[in-house]
Design a protein around this ligand. Structure first.
Ligand SMILES: [Zn+2]
Length: 112
């Protein structure tokens, strides 16, 4: 029976989920569903794109699904368009999630 606890377990399974990609300038990134350090306060962080290392994005998985999606999109925008202002990144990510939502497109965690 699915419930709060099962959902928690499912989130735990997703805890260290990660994948890699390269931005427009071929800087390599690894994105992980892991809570950024507490002192950072943010729900997501994105490294400045460097070419001689594996850059990191961390996204806190302990948020509702829509917020996780918005944070992933937000940090991806930083990785691809570093010079875009924080305000515009925030607006674009919110806009994408809202538009997807309005089209009844929903992205959920896979239950495992
Ligand atoms: Zn940001």
């Amino acid at each position: 029976m699915p419930g709060v606890l099962d959902r928690g377990v499912s989130r735990l399974n997703n805890y260290m989920k990660s994948t890699k990609f390269k931005n427009f300038d071929k800087a390599e990134y690894e994105i992980k569903l892991r809570k950024p350090r507490k002192e950072l306060v943010a729900e997501g962080i994105c490294d400045y794109p460097e070419h001689d290392r594996l850059n990191k994005i961390l996204v806190n998985p302990h948020q509702d699904d829509k917020k996780v999606l918005e944070t992933v999109i937000h940090e991806l925008i930083h990785a691809y368009i570093w010079d875009l202002s924080e305000t515009k990144v925030t607006r674009l990510a919110r806009s994408i999630v809202r538009i997807l939502s309005s089209l009844d497109i929903e992205i959920k965690f896979k239950e495992r």
